[in-house]
Design a protein around this ligand. Structure first.
Ligand SMILES: C[S@@+](CC[C@H](N)C(=O)[O-])C[C@H]1O[C@@H](n2cnc3c(N)ncnc32)[C@H](O)[C@@H]1O
Length: 348
């Protein structure tokens, strides 16, 4: 009894979930079945047979409809399957392309890194080679300097802020050849001591300017230690404003050289570049009138852009100034001949 109740309950639930067309079809089938049963019971065999035929036709149509519906479902399923396969294939292709691209990029990067490392190693080797050659040049120059002079006290270091041995050698060669009676140096230091030794031999005098009292005092102490104070003196000349062609520069106080006339050799190695742009450019403007009629001008660090520019402007604007061939070092040598003086008077 209870299983019949459960069956009834389940049937009721199923019936409630039917769609409207399904309910209509069910009612129609039930009506035909009821008609067949009633016709058979009342002896109307012909009607019962006709209703059975109608019922069978309806069942046949139902089966046809069902098979068409299932065919559509199958086709839709196949289309969905095809779409899914296309999407999967596209994704596979994309993944393969991305992996290939990354592989090629990694290969390129590897090659680039290899090239950079190879280039770096070559440059390093080249740089080391250049450094070694430069060092040997400086060592050779140092031997020649000490072969020429025997210092009476330890010599201060060369290089860095001071002139290199090659420049000192070239400078002292000029002093030996030209025997200047008066040398003015802008920027004191190691070069002051070497110049003083050279002038002691040739009978000249050196006035060195330094904008910094501390460095001026160190150089004075060195001159004192080497017994060269009779040949060379260091004057402290703080930087002050100097106007050249409408532009203001920081340059030595020119008053400190007010008693100086007839400079045979001018060595420009100051003020330091850190004091301002074109720091050494004003030298010719400030001191041309104090040069001897025939003089030599040496500018250190002539490989730097500011100094190259200064030399170019001096050669363009200072009458009687011309560039001389240089033997060694990174300085420029210029010869000066005031108009009316005979340039040939400058010894080789
Ligand atoms: C290029 S240095 C002059 C060097 C000098 N003619 C020589 O060859 O020894 C120019 C100025 O820099 C300053 N100076 C010298 N040695 C320095 C150093 N080690 N550090 C900073 N300034 C220095 C001094 O005031 C000097 O007058």
């Amino acid at each position: 009894m209870s299983s019949l109740t459960r069956f009834g309950g389940r049937l009721a639930v199923r019936l409630q979930s039917l769609t409207r067309p399904q309910v209509i079809v069910l009612i129609a089938v039930l009506a035909v079945v009821a008609g067949i049963w009633t016709a058979a019971a009342t002896g109307h065999q012909g009607l019962a047979t006709s209703l059975v035929a109608v019922l069978m036709l309806a069942v046949l149509l139902g089966i046809l409809h069902l098979s068409r519906w299932m065919g559509g479902l199958h086709r839709a399923n196949q289309a969905a399957h095809r779409d899914l396969r296309t999407v999967v294939e596209q994704m596979q292709r994309r993944v393969v392309a991305t992996v290939e691209k990354e592989r090629l990029t990694a290969g390129d990067r590897h090659q680039e890194l290899h090239r950079t490392i190879t280039k770096g190693l070559r440059q390093y080797g080249h740089g080391t080679d250049l450094l070694l050659r430069a060092q040997s040049r400086e060592i050779e120059a140092m031997f020649q300097l000490f072969a020429e002079f025997t210092p009476r006290a330890p010599m201060p270091s060369s290089g860095d802020f001071a002139l290199n041995p090659t420049e000192l050698l070239d400078l002292l060669h000029l002093v030996r050849l030209r025997s200047p009676r008066l040398v003015v140096e802008l920027g004191s230091g190691t070069s002051t001591v070497w110049l003083a030794y050279a002038l002691e031999k040739t009978g000249g005098r050196l006035v060195s300017l330094d904008h910094d009292e501390e460095y001026a005092s160190r150089t004075r102490d060195m001159l004192d230690a080497h017994g060269l104070t009779a040949v060379a003196e260091v004057r402290t000349a703080p930087l002050s404003d100097l106007s050249v062609d409408g532009k203001t520069y920081r340059w030595y106080d020119v008053e400190k050289l007010s008693d100086v006339r007839g400079i045979d050799l001018l060595l420009i190695d100051g003020p330091p570049a850190a004091t301002g742009p074109d720091a050494r450019f004003p030298a010719m403007h400030a001191l041309e009138s104090r040069l001897a009629p025939i003089a030599t001008v040496v500018l250190d660090d002539a490989n730097r852009p500011d100094e190259q520019d200064a030399v170019r402007r001096w050669l363009e604007n200072v009458a009687g100034l011309s560039a001389e061939p240089r033997l060694l070092g990174r300085h420029a040598v210029l010869s000066y001949s005031r108009s009316g003086s005979r340039a040939s008077a400058v010894p080789a």
